[in-house]
Ligand binder design. Structure first.
Ligand SMILES: Cc1cc2nc3c(=O)[nH]c(=O)nc-3n(C[C@H](O)[C@H](O)[C@H](O)COP(=O)(O)OP(=O)(O)OC[C@H]3O[C@@H](n4cnc5c(N)ncnc54)[C@H](O)[C@@H]3O)c2cc1C
Ligand SMILES: *[C@@H]1O[C@H](CO)[C@@H](O)[C@H](O)[C@H]1NC(C)=O
Length: 609
């Protein structure tokens, strides 16, 4: 009953928020307008390039390719446009399980997500202009330099850390006057990066606690990664800056770019004999259409949907395709090498000061007006995450600046919205939520999500059937390699150590235990393992399912120019191509991949002419 009441409150709040934003004609203040959705009868029969998916990478690719005036480009997106609510940073979790989300779930595997309904982890993915950059928590991170140097050393020339930095800076419009003076940042790019204009006192405690643990406060996207920082995000004037907003809105009037929304691509068309790509097939308004590509088709449908589309089109593991009676055009290891960041959710510390973000405090007329009029106030906090840190467990070499755990510092916890949205977003069962969180719903708290930076476990994406609208099968294989569990347990211990610093003790911070884990002995390895297996939290960074690698790499699906092996005129440009998951959140790295991939296409075609 109470949860239902809270949900209604949020419903009322969201309606009030939308009404206020509409009343104030919020979009009018936006200097740019939305991308134009081209009507079906306006679409051409053929384009030079067809880009599938308008997400973190696809929006960049569509922009950069249409810079060449004599090329025409079609961008196909399965979802519709962004909404008023997707603009509001604190409402990030509210978008999950909505029509903006593909609403995927992993298959039950018995090792993780045991507190979730049917043991399945929610795998939200953006089905909207901007893709997952419209659904995400907006945190701006680049990973560790070593990640890219490793990519290059695996046989991918041009993908080292210096190349990556060049493309990070190409996109960037950092609003922090101190940072733009350093070698690592720039201003003037399409993508706005800034700190939210509002912060709680808790984030100051977090930064102080970092120092007390022996870590520096520093730019974790700069010279060194180990350390603590106030989060920067893809935020513009206090609102979300998706790649749709950053890369598509400013170029909406380019005559050589068509954007077609609500267009679900079902297959790439490839001649089975010549292996030349000649177009795509897609569903729009219940009808199937075919459009030809003169030069290339670019798959930017993300790490779940790009491998699905490849397999539906006859490119994938032979056995898997034969199982579904799909004629094999190219036998490649599509859908393997799946990696994701997994963390511990619900590591909650109760405090005795009214400083955290709670439903009751934040969802008010005052905060709505603060946001709508000034682009300020608590609604600008990125999904509740205010601080970030990179720390070393005993398994990492601390003098190496290659930390193995990231912290997301949240000035609230799972219960802070009284079960209204986070519970649903994380897919927690009623039984679990009520047992662990119900009794503390009216208490102030902060939490930290320790996240394993370089998991050793590898999962797979498979076809559920050959029907293109069926969701693919997702097997993350979390903790199949025992070292992953061992490392994350150490990460959770550092989370507890954080709460024991003077900075957080001044708040009276105390761990809120999961009662079902308490009998295993507080702070024991088994105790943390129990928490991790129950409340396993994906940080939503699946990558690697169309691995980039040199021709001698049996696992590689695309070459270092991102061309699908054995097929002409087909590239994958999105999170799928990462050979190894980077040590940080993936949005900025995928935007970087979009920038670099676009240049590779330009180099190829412009040199030829
Ligand atoms: C809830 C959530 C929170 C996150 N938080 C952060 C964060 O704070 N910081 C961070 O750095 N990263 C974060 N991430 C991760 C980051 O956003 C993703 O790694 C990144 O957006 C992936 O980019 P992509 O281009 O590979 O795929 P996407 O951005 O997912 O784009 C794929 C696009 O293709 C479209 N598409 C798919 N299939 C088809 C089809 N068949 N036909 C037509 N269109 C199709 C989709 O609708 C989508 O628009 C988060 C992700 C999620 C889901
Ligand atoms: C740790 O890293 C430092 C710096 O890279 C290196 O010199 C040292 O040998 C490493 N130690 C171990 C035990 O690997």
């Amino acid at each position: 009953m109470e949860a239902a009441a809270a949900a209604t409150n949020v419903g009322v709040f969201v309606s009030a928020l939308v009404a206020t934003l509409t009343y104030l004609n919020y979009e009018y203040f936006d200097t740019e307008n939305r991308p134009i959705d081209v009507a079906t009868d306006q679409l051409l029969d053929r384009y030079d390039f067809i880009v599938v998916g308008s997400g973190s990478a696809g929006a960049v690719v569509a922009n950069r390719l249409s810079e060449v005036e004599r090329w025409n480009v079609l961008l196909l997106e399965a979802g519709g446009d962004e909404t008023e609510i997707s603009d509001v940073p604190l409402m990030a979790a509210y978008l999950q399980q909505s029509q903006l989300d593909w609403k995927y779930k992993s298959e039950p595997q018995g090792q993780a997500c045991l507190a979730m309904e049917n043991g399945r982890c929610n795998w939200p993915r953006g089905k909207v202009i901007g893709g997952s950059s419209t659904l995400n928590y907006m945190l701006y991170l680049r990973g560790n330099k070593k990640d890219y140097d490793i990519w290059e050393s695996l046989g991918n020339p041009g993908w080292g850390s210096a190349d990556a930095l060049y493309y990070f800076k190409k996109s960037e419009d950092n609003k922090n006057p101190y940072l733009i003076q350093t070698h690592y940042h720039s201003s003037g790019g399409y993508l706005t990066v800034s700190e939210p204009p509002y912060r709680t006192p808790l984030v100051a405690a977090f930064l102080e606690a970092g120092k007390q643990l022996g870590y520096k406060n520093r730019d974790i996207n700069g010279e060194h990664q180990s350390g603590f920082m106030m989060a920067q995000g893809t935020i513009r004037n206090g609102a979300r800056c998706s790649t749709g907003k950053a890369f598509l809105r400013p170029i909406r009037l380019r005559p050589n770019l068509h954007v077609a929304m609500n267009s679900h691509v079902t297959r790439v068309l490839i001649d089975p004999v010549s292996k030349i790509t000649f177009g795509v097939e897609f569903l729009r308004d219940g009808k199937l259409y075919r459009i030809r590509a003169r030069k290339e088709v670019i798959l930017s449908a993300g790490a779940v949907n790009s491998p699905q589309l490849l397999m539906l089109s006859g490119i994938g593991p032979k056995k898997e395709l034969e199982r579904h009676k799909i004629p094999v055009i190219q036998d490649l290891q599509v859908g393997n090498n799946l990696q994701d960041h997994i963390g511990l959710g619900g590591l909650t510390f109760l405090i005795n000061r009214p400083d955290s973000i709670t439903l009751d405090r934040v969802y008010s007329v005052g905060t709505v007006m603060q946001y709508a009029v000034w682009g300020g106030g608590p609604l600008t906090i990125m999904g509740g995450v205010e601080g970030l840190a990179f720390v070393n467990t005993k398994y990492a070499n601390a003098s190496d600046d290659f930390p193995d755990i990231e912290f997301h510092f949240v000035s609230g916890s799972t219960h802070s919205d009284r079960g209204a949205q986070l519970k649903k977003a994380h897919g927690l069962s009623d039984l679990f939520y009520n047992r662990v969180f119900k009794s503390i719903e009216n208490q102030d708290a902060w939490s930290v999500i320790p996240m394993l930076l370089r998991p050793r476990s590898r999962g797979t994406i498979r076809l559920r059937s050959k029907r293109p609208l069926d969701p693919p099968l997702i097997y993350p294989n979390y903790f199949f390699d025992d070292f992953d569990m061992k490392t994350l347990i150490e990460g959770a211990k550092i989370g507890v150590a954080l709460s024991q610093t003077p900075a957080f003790q001044s708040y009276g911070s105390r761990l809120h235990e999961f009662p079902q884990c308490s009998p295993l002995g507080k702070y024991s390895d088994k105790f943390f393992e129990c928490m991790i297996r129950l409340y396993s939290a994906t940080i939503y960074h699946p990558v690697g399912t169309a691995k980039m690698g040199p021709y001698w790499d049996q696992q590689a699906v695309v070459d270092p120019q991102l061309r699908v092996y054995g097929i002409k005129g087909l590239r994958v440009i999105d999170a799928s191509i990462m050979p190894n998951l980077v040590s940080g959140n993936t949005n900025a790295p995928v935007i970087m991949i979009g920038e670099k991939g676009s240049d590779l296409i330009k180099e190829f075609w412009l040199k030829k002419i």
